[in-house]
Write a protein that binds this ligand. Structure first.
Ligand code: NDP
Length: 402
């Protein structure tokens, strides 16, 4: 069957996931069209994308950057309407002429535009995991009320989507499923001696053995907070309790995740580690299109290894599992504090091994109940970030003192 032609809005167009989707779209220009591109403040990168893809709209969250982009596009003779600020992104995400929105802004900064797409009933290709982790219930309510369709593009959740019965995504999961098995590569630190972890710097942490990704998610992969966030995300996406989501370390990143059924069958999705595969699957779901990714030759892969994750090496995974277990504000607080911790690490302010304690410090802001509104969520997020900043400062002060 032929895939439906999609009119796309790409939130996070200048990033790694956004760029990969644009590559897919330009490889098959007759299949889909680009209505709008959105990012934060990278004017030169956005201008280049505008020349290549000729969207009707471009949006930048940073207003000064948006004004500069508008001037430059006018000078270039391109008639592209430039929207600005958070409301510009929301307007684009909810545009009547868009049917599919890629949510690929990094961090909670993606919350409002992704929510706008959900409320407007779009088909959402979800990469931005922080929104679902922090605002799980509120976001899923918006998806249900807006009658939006949620399709995960994170390779793990996309693999699970592919292994589940066709009618079960985003809603009631068949009672026949025993466990979801999320695979984790273990990232660049998997085999490092424990006493070398404190010396891990941003460059090493961002050099993932199998994937090329943005810096934040690369650091999250190195600490395995990424897998923790994905665990929480899986609970929301597939309506599963935390104890039915397992994490398995699989260093080759060939098996992208698995579904275990109650009869003992385990269904896995395998592919070369290339984001074009889950993006193509989500874009056309339930149909298929060529992705351009290399085909998998298992005879050259040789062996596929699996092992349990070490919580001593990856304390962030334990933190995420703990907050996934309760239904309060822990996930939002952990997510916020982790964003602060990763930014501080990338800035050289704290050591790699401090990330977990800074993230944990944010849990002091967690409320017993999950926030019931977006303003309440944003207030919780603000308090968790303040606590995490304090923890960063105490590590920095200690580093200066010793
Ligand atoms: P990148 O860092 O490569 O790109 C981030 C994008 O978000 C950029 O377009 C950036 O714009 C935009 N952005 C950042 N802050 C804002 C803001 N305040 N307002 C609007 N736009 C903003 O990230 P990735 O593509 O790696 O990851 C994006 C999301 O997808 C993350 O949540 C990540 O966890 C998830 N993900 C990533 C995968 C990957 O392979 N990279 C795989 C699966 C999930 P600008 O360039 O202007 O700053």
């Amino acid at each position: 069957m032929t895939p439906t032609r999609r009119s796309l809005v790409i939130l996070g167009a200048t990033g790694s996931v956004g760029g990969t989707l644009l590559q897919l779209v330009s490889d098959q220009p007759d299949l889909h069209s680009v209505l709008g591109l959105a990012a934060n403040r990278q004017v030169a990168a956005m201008r280049k994308l505008c020349h290549r893809h000729h969207p009707r709209y471009a949006a930048l969250a940073d207003r000064a950057a948006a004004r500069q982009l508008r001037r430059e596009l006018r000078r270039d003779g391109l008639t592209i309407e430039v929207l600005e600020g958070s409301e510009g992104l929301q307007q684009l995400a909810a545009h009547d002429d868009a049917d599919t929105v890629l949510a690929a802004i990094v961090g909670l900064a993606g919350l409002e535009s992704t929510l706008a797409a959900a409320r407007a009933g779009k088909r959402i290709l979800l990469a931005n995991k922080e929104t679902l982790v922090a605002a799980g219930e509120l976001f899923m309510q918006a998806v249900a009320q807006g009658k939006a369709e949620l399709l995960p593009v994170d390779s793990e959740h996309n693999a699970i989507l592919q292994c589940l019965p066709p009618d079960s995504h985003g809603g009631e999961l068949a009672a026949s499923v025993r466990r979801l098995l999320l695979t984790a590569s273990g990232g660049p630190t998997l085999r490092l001696p424990m006493d070398a972890l404190a010396q891990v710097g941003p460059k090493f942490a961002c050099t993932h053995p199998n994937w090329s990704m943005g810096r934040k998610v690369s650091v999250d992969s190195a600490t395995m907070m990424n897998k923790g966030l994905e665990l929480i995300e899986a609970c929301w996406l597939f309506n599963m309790p935390e104890h039915q989501v397992e994490v398995v370390v699989h260093p080759q990143s060939i098996v992208h995740s698995m579904v275990e059924y109650i009869d003992g069958s385990v269904l896995a999705q395998l592919a070369c580690p290339d984001m074009r595969v889950p993006l193509a699957a989500a874009l056309n779901w339930p149909h298929r299109q060529a992705s351009g990714a290399a085909f998998l030759d298992l005879t050259t892969v040789g062996s596929l290894d699996f092992e349990p994750p070490s919580l001593e090496r990856f304390p962030c995974l334990a933190l995420a599992r703990a907050v996934a277990r309760d239904s309060g504000g822990g996930a939002a607080a952990l997510n916020a504090a982790n964003e602060v911790a990763v930014a501080a690490f990338l800035n050289g302010d704290i050591a790699f091994t401090h990330i977990a304690s800074v993230a944990e410090a944010g849990l002091g802001a967690a409320t017993r109940e999950a926030p019931e509104s977006i303003p309440a969520l944003l207030e919780l997020d603000r308090r968790a970030r303040a606590l995490a900043q304090r923890a960063v400062a105490s590590h920095t002060a200690h580093a200066v003192a010793v």
